[in-house]
Design a protein around this ligand. Structure first.
Ligand SMILES: [Zn+2]
Length: 383
């Protein structure tokens, strides 16, 4: 198809194709090829159509934000000092650098969100951080009333700005639905709604990134609940794991948004501690909220209220979320100890960490634009 592309670019009927640089067009063909390969291999395995993930490639829909990738570092020049970038056929473009770019440039993606254009630069950095072999120092309990409670007694409130924005979001949505379809006023309302959606997404992303970076800087090995199990048990049991149906509503956020935020939190903190040579240890969330960490007594009655843990056997009382976080840390420590012992036995007394085994256990989040891809080299994107 790359050969056809050249022919089409030279054909007077489709000469408009040559208005745009050739490399991003070839990149689109490559992505199409990958999408078909995925589809056919899934079809062969009898998975096509299942779970909505493996359908054939579809055309871009109207209203979808455009983006193009320049795959070849030879094709662009970044002038960091003057905050500008040179792209084929577009010459020099001014940009605002969000952070310094370090490492060897790999590729550039240009994308549009509403009226704003973004340049994402992917770079490759030699990984110099050795794998650590240290015990977890922090357990984190993700919850509804508090976004996260830590085993060191601190906690993180849900992002308040989001609660306020949710109200405005509903107002804007109503405003759109009241306007006549096809009218200029409706178009304006749709633009306003889209801009708010983007602002909320950016605020949430910014907040989460700061939170996970701070945590990863302070704690190389962190214990977290396995959300896949936690979410299942929460919906099945209802009472203990998610007490008070209205907690999410009171926090002004619906449950699906929280689920997404927890998943993204887990994804970010996992790769950030990995970059620093550490790891995230996932533990089974069963009983972390109702087993006494002092005497080990396990009973639903230990959680009389949402906020207080009170052991009916030994009388130990503590903030319920912090108590759960300490249980998660202890469970993480047990998992770590077991694996270290196994590794020590397997290596004849020498302890070393192998990344692949660990990665198989770590939750694989939905594929993102930028993910650390190799064990020894890492790729970082600067947006
Ligand atoms: Zn107890």
């Amino acid at each position: 198809m790359a050969k056809w592309l050249t022919a089409w670019r030279n054909d007077p009927d489709t000469a408009w194709l040559s208005d745009s640089p050739v490399h991003p067009q070839q990149q689109v063909l490559r992505r199409l090829d990958e999408a078909y390969k995925r589809f056919f291999s899934a079809a062969k395995a009898g998975l096509a159509g299942g779970r909505g993930r493996t359908g054939p490639p579809s055309f871009k829909r109207r209203g979808e934000e455009p983006s193009i990738r320049y795959p070849d570092p030879e094709q662009f020049t970044l002038d960091e000092a003057n905050e500008r970038i040179k792209l084929p056929k577009l010459s020099w473009l001014r940009l605002r650098m969000s952070q310094p770019v370090e490492g060897a440039l790999r590729n550039v993606s240009v994308s549009r969100e509403g009226s704003a254009w973004f340049v994402s630069i992917q770079v490759q950095i030699a990984e110099t951080v050795p794998a650590l072999s240290v015990a977890p120092t922090l357990g984190i309990d993700l919850g509804l009333a508090k976004f996260a409670a830590m085993s060191d007694g601190t906690s993180v409130e849900p992002l308040k700005a989001l609660t306020r924005q949710q109200k405005r979001l509903r107002r804007y949505q109503r405003s759109v639905s009241r306007k006549v379809k096809g009218s200029a006023n409706r178009r304006k309302a749709v633009t306003r709604l889209g801009n708010l959606h983007r602002r909320i997404a950016h605020q949430r992303s910014d907040w989460l990134h700061k939170l996970t970076t701070d945590l990863a800087d302070a704690h190389p090995v962190i214990a977290l609940e396995d959300l896949r199990i936690k979410n299942m048990s929460a919906s099945a049991k209802g009472t203990v794991e998610s007490p008070g149906k209205n907690v999410a509503a009171k926090a002004g956020l619906n449950r699906s948004i929280l689920d997404a935020a927890w998943g993204e939190f887990t994804r970010q903190i996992t790769y950030k501690v990995q970059w620093r040579g550490g790891q995230v240890i996932l533990v089974n969330p069963a009983y972390t909220s109702r087993t006494c960490r002092i005497c080990g007594h396990e009973a639903a009655e230990n959680r009389k209220t949402q906020s207080v843990f009170a052991c009916v056997a030994c009388g130990h009382t503590e903030n319920a979320d912090v108590h759960a976080a300490k249980n998660i840390l202890a469970a993480g420590h047990a998992v770590w100890l077991k694996e270290e012992t196994q590794r020590a036995a397997a290596c004849g007394g020498e302890v070393s960490r192998e990344a692949p085994e660990r990665q198989a256990r770590v939750k694989r989040a939905a594929p993102m634009k930028q993910e650390p891809t190799e064990a020894t080299m890492r790729e970082v994107s600067h947006a």
